[in-house]
Structure formats: C-alpha cells, structure tokens
Ligand binder design. Structure first.
Ligand code: FAD
Ligand code: NAD
Length: 478
C-alpha cells in the first residue's frame, strides 16, 4: 500500500551507502522495522568478489556471482527504499547525502538529496594508481563485473589480433604477453586463472599461440602475497615456476604507455635499471585508494585530519568526529586488512548494534511510561506491581546495553594460485594451519561455494564449473 512506502515520522532514518560486503551483511541481519531504511548504491546487486578472477576467463559467468539487491530487500520485514545512484557528497553539517543517477537512462530527476539521522558509509575503495601516468588509460582493473568482462574480451582480442594475417613475430610476442602488476592476492589469483585458461583451453583451440603466450606478474616488493606465511609464499612461487608464469619481483612500474610498461628493476647487486616491458594485456592490481566522496567527508571533520587511508573509526565503528555516522569495510581504517571477511563481520556487528539500540530505545520509553504510572498509582498493591515491572525492564535494559566493541575473528586467508592448487593460512582452534596443494584447492572450492550469497548462486557457480570441465571455456569474444 501507498502509505507503507512513506517514511514513518516516529522512526529514525538510517541511510546505508553501498551494496557490497559491508552494507549487505548489515542489511541481512538488520531488523528493518525499527528504522526508515534507505539504501543508496550505483550497483543494484551484491557481488561475490572472491570468484571474480574466475569471470575473466569465462570459467564462471559473472551473473552467477551477482545477487540482485531487490531480492535481498524483498525478504525484509519492513519496506526498505533503494535508490540506484552514487553518493556524490555527504554533507555532515546538514545531515544530507547528495545523490546522482549516473546510469545511462535518466529521468527528469537525476540529482537529489537524502536526509539522514543515522548514516552508514560502506562505499568500498577505488583502485590505487599512485598517480602513475598511463595506468587509467591503458590498463584493466579487477574490482567490478565490468572490469572482468573487459579483461575477458581483451584476452581474446589479443589472441585473435596476434593471429592476424602476416603479423610480425615481435608484434605476436607483444600481443600474447599478458602482464599483471601487483603481487597481492588479486594479481596472483588472476595470473593463475589466466594460465589455467591457456593450459586447459586456449592452447588446444589455437595451438599457434603455444610458443608466445606468456603471463608475467610484476611486483615491487621482494616477494608476492606478503600476507601469507613464508612457506606458502615459497609454495606459490614454485607453483608459478612450474606453470611457467614469470614473477618479476623488485620491479616497480613507473610509467605505462599503450604498448609497454616502464619499470624500475632492482638488480641482485642493489643497482637499479629502467626497463621497458611490452605487453598485449595489462591488468593493474596494486590495491586500494580512498574514494572521492569519502575523502570529502574526511575533509569536513577535523578529527580525520591525520587519517590517510580512509575514515578513522572508534571501536564501535563510529566515524571519529561524528556521533551518527558509521563506516564499514574498505572505506574504514581499522587494525585489519581490507577484506570481505572483515567487511562482512563489521556489517553484522552494526546490525546487532542497531537492533540493540532500537530495543534499548523501546525499553527506555516503556520505563518512562511506567514511572509515570507508578507516580499515579493509588494503592500500595498497584505501586508494587508497577515496581516489579520496572525492575524486570531495568534488568532487560542492562542486558541489551551490554554489547561490547567490534571484535574481528580471523577465519584464515585463502587464495587460488592456478593448476588446481590453492594456499590457505587457516586459524584452527588456537593454532594456525598453513597448507597448499590440491586438497587445499578442493577446500577452497567448497569453502567459496558455501560462502556464496544464495543457493541460487551456489547452483549457478557449480554448473559453470561443470560446464567448463565438460566443454571448455567459451572463447568467443563478446
Ligand atoms: P565493496 O564490496 O567494494 O562494496 C562497495 C559498494 O559501494 C558497492 O556496492 C559499490 O557499488 C558502492 N559504491 C561505490 N561508490 C559509491 C558511492 N559514491 N555511493 C554509494 N555507493 C557506492 N576478500 C576476502 O576476504 N577474500 C577474498 O577471497 C577476496 N577476494 C577478492 C577478489 C577480488 C578480485 C577483489 C577485487 C577483492 C577481493 N577481496 C577478498 C576483498 C573484498 O572484496 C573487499 O575487501 C570487500 O569487497 C570490501 O567490502 P566493502 O563493502 O567495503 O566494499
Ligand atoms: P594488495 O594491496 O594486497 O597488493 C598490491 C601489491 O601491488 C602489493 O604487493 C604492492 O607491493 C604492489 N605494487 C604497488 N605498486 C606497485 C607498482 N608500481 N609496481 C609493482 N607493484 C606494485 O592488493 P590486492 O591484491 O588488490 O588486494 C586488496 C585487498 O583485497 C587486500 O586486503 C587483500 O587481502 C584482499 N583480497 C583478498 C583475496 C583473498 O583472500 N583470496 C583476494 C583478493 C583480494
């Protein structure tokens, strides 16, 4: 009914920015009937990022790891409003968010303001380029669905262009050189998936590329996967060697052109040299940078002056310098790495916090009513009865108020490294298990399958895996 869609003036308006790991895990557990909930995001779906690298080669179709936000919201008890728009500015003083419809189709109203009583910022991060010239123009990132689709198309474009009539040998070599910059988990997983694609399918379908197709991973530090244990770093590096993926460690990219990258290489004797590395496909995976809308909010708050990597928050995830703004996930600075695991737990924590705050509010209102009733009571019996009720409610209030600060529980780190192998640093009881290999890969597959958002996603991903096993990946260029 019409009136259900209107906001309830007796409730506070809770605005949530984003539909990623942080925001969606908050929404999943939030009792939406306590607030007027408004969700704003340029993306009307949740994306299961851990399987995104598999979409770049068509092993998994991107829609298998997307879950429409409308499907998530329709299962909530009270109506939640969703606006597909980007938050362009958060005006903290005025308590409003400016929003803009950046999609292709726009109505008469493409910009607007949304007022809030409470705000959760879960907008994630953007791709770091460190201002290196040419990165934005010439490379592909790997963060969103569109990025994976672009890479998938480009891989095949490079291959087909290399096969063009009378292409020179040098040009064939360049076109088939796939360069990945950044040896964090994103770069490593993508390099592994790409080499798999070549070994499982491309090599068989287009044997002419066999001698020239080559994947290189470029990393500025001395080794890849710095967050994993030494043993697993060594295992990853030796697996890459077997797979014939070249790791160029201690190689820092300084400049990017349309056909080559320029990198500063540190030689074993400590001397430095500048090297040009030609490429056909360039994938840039050097981590996170702060989004403009977040930077702007930081500039409005003196308490954020010393923060560099994102919104500094307290142990309840309240943005320092505010009392009604919270931050989750990659846009918040905590003691933890910017991972889905952390963002998910932060979102769930906020849901518990907001549910408790609403409960506390209700009990406090009830207590207020009862103390007036107690004052108005005529007989001792009446007074005693109200007194008992008050005591009971006070007990409940103490219990609900006992919510402690956010505590992260690390379940471990897991990464796919190609050749049906994965590495895992898993916390088990009080110890750590470091494992790598095919069993870990099967564990990786089942863990990710079980973590998918819905049964629908799980079925689609499993079917994609089976399809690729039976028929190979689809190499047609869209
Ligand atoms: P996101 O999930 O990025 O969501 C941000 C949301 O905000 C999106 O919905 C976006 O559309 C929206 N948004 C953006 N700008 C605006 C705006 N101006 N206004 C409103 N909304 C906005 N982590 C793991 O723990 N395990 C893994 O295996 C793993 N694999 C990964 C693989 C890849 C390829 C990548 C890129 C990341 C991976 N991560 C993994 C990291 C993980 O995805 C992030 O840490 C996580 O997504 C952070 O969650 P978030 O909610 O902060 O941001
Ligand atoms: P990252 O920050 O982990 O790694 C980026 C790498 O790029 C660093 O090792 C850095 O030294 C290197 N680098 C930076 N500038 C460079 C340059 N100019 N030239 C060469 N190398 C350069 O980034 P990521 O891999 O995108 O990961 C981002 C976050 O997402 C991390 O917190 C990560 O843990 C998480 N993530 C986790 C998984 C997983 O658990 N399987 C997968 C993907 C991402």
């Amino acid at each position: 009914p019409e009136e259900q869609l209107e906001s309830d003036p007796t409730k506070k308006t809770l605005v949530i920015l984003g539909t990623g790991w942080g925001a969606v895990s908050l929404l999943k557990k939030l009792d939406t009937e306590n607030y007027n909930v408004v969700v704003i995001s340029p993306r009307n779906y949740f994306l299961f990022t851990p399987l995104l690298p598999s979409c770049t080669t068509g092993l998994i179709e991107h829609r298998s790891i997307m879950e429409p936000i409308r499907n998530i919201l329709r299962h909530k008890k009270a109506t939640v409003k969703f606006y597909e728009a980007e938050a362009t500015k958060i005006d903290y003083e005025k308590r409003v968010v400016h929003i803009s419809d950046d999609s292709e189709i726009k109505g008469d109203m493409a910009h607007n303001e949304v007022p809030f009583d409470m705000l959760v910022v879960g907008v994630g991060a953007e791709n770091a380029t460190f201002g290196i010239p040419g990165v934005r123009e010439h490379s592909c990132f790997l963060k969103e669905v569109g990025d994976a689709q672009k890479i998938r198309t480009r891989i095949m474009d490079c291959v087909e262009t290399a096969m063009f009539k009378d292409q020179t040998p040098d040009e064939v070599k360049r076109l088939l050189h796939m360069v990945v910059v950044g040896g964090g988990p994103t770069g490593v997983e993508f390099a592994g998936e790409l080499q798999d694609f070549f070994n499982d399918d491309l090599k068989k379908w287009i044997p002419e590329i066999k001698d020239n197709f080559h994947v290189t991973l470029v990393e500025a530090l001395p080794n890849v996967l710095p967050m994993f244990s030494k043993q697993l770093i060594d295992y990853t590096e030796s697996t890459f060697k077997e797979e014939e993926i070249t790791i160029r460690a201690k190689t820092m990219v300084k400049n990017v052109t349309d056909k080559y990258i320029e990198a500063e290489v540190t030689n074993p004797d400590g001397s430095k040299a500048l090297e040009k590395i030609p490429y056909g496909l360039l994938v840039w995976a050097t981590g996170n940078a702060v989004r403009g809308v977040v930077r702007d909010l930081m500039n409005q708050l003196p308490a954020q002056k010393t923060s560099r990597r994102g919104l500094a928050v307290n142990e309840y995830l309240v943005v320092n310098g505010t009392e009604n703004v919270w931050a989750v996930g990659d846009c918040a600075v905590t003691n933890y790495a910017p991972t889905a695991q952390v963002a998910g737990q932060e979102g769930a924590f906020l849901a518990r916090l907001f549910n408790t705050m609403a409960k506390t509010d209700t009990i406090e209102k009830e207590l207020h009513k009862l103390s007036s009733a107690q004052a108005a009571a005529k007989t001792d019996d009446e007074r005693n009865a109200v007194f008992d009720e008050i005591r009971e409610l006070q007990k409940q209030l103490r219990r609900t108020k006992q919510i402690g600060p956010f505590q992260y529980s690390h379940q471990g780190s897991l990464a796919y490294i190609g050749k049906e192998r994965a590495v895992a640093d898993i916390s088990w009881l009080s110890g750590n298990i470091a494992s790598g290999g095919t069993m870990t890969y099967l564990f990786w597959r089942s863990a990710y399958l079980s973590m998918c958002f819905s049964s629908r996603n799980r079925v689609l991903v499993a079917v994609d895996w089976i399809k690729a096993r039976l028929f190979g990946r689809d190499v047609s260029r869209e």
